[in-house]
Structure formats: structure tokens, C-alpha cells
Write a protein that binds this ligand. Structure first.
Ligand code: PMV
Length: 328
């Protein structure tokens, strides 16, 4: 009753920003991401007779509180699907997502947990079923089931049966790189969950965001198909700016940006003015991700590292989907 799985993180080029169902984690829009090779989580789930509760270790330390509750609640979903309600698990996770790289580990974390947990309890889920299960741990994690370019189709059904991710193109299709630019900042955090909720409920800009999405999605898919870097970069950067604009219209208003976030944005736009194609995207935090092509890697890395208050720059290629490292 033991299985180990590995999952990589992903970065959205078209953002998921808002839920229509908070419990089932159903989004108000479809989104599209690139899975990265550099950052992953490896998780072993061991269902054992005799345990009276789940136990969770992350990077060799036992975890309690909110993070433990999210994992245990997720294992409950797996127990319910399998019908083995009385079986608790020992979960051992290791994040190869350097905290200094500024990535949220929830995408790789919940994808690895879903894969290892479902296999360990004896379920043999299709990728579609696994993506739907993973979605209920963390929305963006449902895209990490696949490698390369991935779309999370929002679906329409109230039960979530048609809300899951599909692969648009594998990682071998196109070597587009992402530099994760980490900043030193002490801002009070607003979680993606809380930020989305406030924006959906109060921002007058939210409807405009939603209206603009079908076109962004259709065009970025053409850009991926045609390997048109300028096209995907322009769409991704504009989509990120629109998402962040909705937060300025919320009540109370907020932003995830820090002054250095804006410095990085300006530097990326200056690089473009000099003829180097580079585009930025930003998630629910102050760090910036920069899209670039392999031939520009050296100049991109050097330029980003020189920005004051940038503490780390980590480079990544397109990465693979879920893999299983052992099932016993
Ligand atoms: O899945 P969550 O709750 O971590 O939300 C992710 C939200 C964004 O990172 C801002 C956008 C996205 O699509 O990943």
C-alpha cells in the first residue's frame, strides 16, 4: 500500500484567477501553463493498518496545522473514492523547489500527492481522473499532471466532471525557457485563495478580465502551435498585467507587486527594446518569471542578476508530467 510519485511545478501563461465553486475548486476561466523541469516534489504515500491518523513529513520535518489539514483533507478524498475510509497514511514529501527560487510548491506538491496517494490505495486513475482529483487539492496543480504546454479546461458542469487539464504540446515540442527572479521583500502575504475571492466579489474590472480570456487562450494556442515566441510572450505578459489590474479594483484594493517587481518589469521591456525577446509573468506574489529563448540565456541571466534587490535567478526548461518511482 505504498507508492512514490514525482511532479513538476508549472507557470501559467494564461492565469487562473477566480473560482466559481470554492469547495470543488472550479475556476471561472480556463488557463494555460508550461510545466518546468527544474522544480519538483517527490512524495511517498504509505497507507498502513494501525495508524489512527495521517502523518505528514515535508523535507524531513513533521508538519502540523493548516498545511497538515490540507494534506489530510486531500487524503480523505482519496479514501472516499477508494471506499477504504479507515486507512490512514504516512506521507513523506521532498520539495526540489528551492525556497530561494520563489516558487509556490502547491502545484507540484498536490500533483505528486494525488498520484502517489491514488496508486498507494490501489486506484488506477486515468490522467483525466487524476487531474480532476488533483484540482481539488490546489487548482493550478491539476496542470502539473502533464509535461510541456497544458490547458486547464474550466468546464461547465456544477459537479466538476468536465474541469480538468489536457496537454496542448509536450515539452519536446519547443524549448522555451523561464527564469525565476526572486526578490528580497517583506510584504504581508495575501494567499491566492483570498486574493481571488476578494477580486471576484468586489472588483469592477473582473468582468473585463473574463471577457478577454477566450481570445487570449485561442491566440496563445496558435502561437504555441506555430512556435511564435513574440506572439506567446506578448499574450502572456498582457494577460498577467490584466490579472493584476483586477486586484487594484478590488475592495479593499491590493497588489502583489513590490517596487523591485516593477524594476524587473522595466528591465525586461528594456531588453526587448534592445532586440532581445523577453517577456514577464507574475503570480500571486512579488517575484517575476521571465520567458526567453535558449540562445539569449547568458545575457538574460546576467541582466536579471544585476538588478538591485534581486536575490536569486533560477533558470528552467520545459519539464515532464507525473512519473511513478515505485509502487509496492
Ligand atoms: O492554484 P492556486 O490556488 O495556487 O492559484 C494559482 C493562481 C496563480 O498562480 C496566480 C495563477 C495560475 O494559474 O497559476
Amino acid at each position: 500500500m505504498k507508492a512514490t510519485a514525482k511532479a513538476h511545478t508549472n507557470i501559467a501563461l494564461i492565469k487562473y484567477w477566480g473560482k466559481r465553486d470554492e469547495d470543488l475548486i472550479l475556476p471561472t476561466n480556463s488557463s494555460l501553463s508550461l510545466t518546468l523541469d527544474g522544480f519538483y516534489t517527490t512524495t511517498t504515500v504509505d497507507f498502513q493498518e494501525g495508524l489512527t491518523r495521517d502523518v505528514f513529513h515535508l523535507n524531513k520535518e513533521e508538519v502540523f496545522g493548516e498545511a497538515y489539514n490540507r494534506v489530510s483533507h486531500f487524503l480523505e478524498l482519496i479514501r472516499n473514492i477508494s471506499g477504504k475510509q479507515d486507512l490512514y497514511a504516512k506521507v513523506t514529501s521532498h520539495n526540489e523547489v528551492p525556497t530561494a527560487a520563489g516558487f509556490a510548491s502547491s502545484a507540484s506538491g498536490f500533483a505528486a500527492l494525488a498520484a502517489a496517494g491514488s496508486r498507494a490505495i490501489g486506484l488506477d486513475l486515468s490522467d483525466e481522473e487524476l487531474s480532476k482529483l488533483t484540482r481539488q487539492g490546489s487548482g493550478s496543480a491539476c496542470r502539473s499532471i502533464y509535461g510541456g504546454f497544458v490547458e486547464w479546461k474550466m468546464g461547465e458542469n456544477p459537479d466538476g466532471s468536465d474541469s480538468y487539464a489536457v496537454q496542448i504540446a509536450p515539452s519536446a515540442h519547443w524549448d522555451v525557457r523561464i527564469a525565476a527572479v526572486n526578490l528580497s521583500s517583506n510584504m504581508k502575504k495575501i494567499s491566492s485563495r483570498a486574493g481571488m475571492k476578494r477580486t471576484v466579489e468586489t472588483s469592477p474590472f473582473y468582468d473585463g478580465w473574463l471577457e478577454s480570456l477566450p481570445k487570449d487562450l485561442a491566440q496563445i494556442k496558435e502561437g504555441i502551435r506555430d512556435k511564435d515566441f513574440e506572439k506567446i510572450g506578448e499574450i502572456a505578459e498582457a494577460n498577467c498585467l490584466k490579472m493584476h489590474a483586477t486586484t487594484l479594483g478590488a475592495n479593499p484594493p491590493f497588489t502583489y507587486w513590490h517596487d523591485t517587481t516593477m524594476s524587473v518589469m522595466y528591465v525586461v521591456q528594456e531588453l526587448r527594446a534592445k532586440g532581445i525577446p523577453a517577456y514577464f509573468t507574475i503570480d500571486a506574489g512579488p517575484n517575476v518569471k521571465v520567458l526567453y529563448l535558449p540562445e539569449d540565456e547568458a545575457v538574460i541571466e546576467k541582466t536579471l542578476r544585476e538588478i538591485p534587490n534581486v536575490t536569486n535567478v533560477t533558470l528552467s526548461k520545459p519539464g515532464p508530467g507525473i512519473s511513478y518511482l515505485g509502487v509496492e
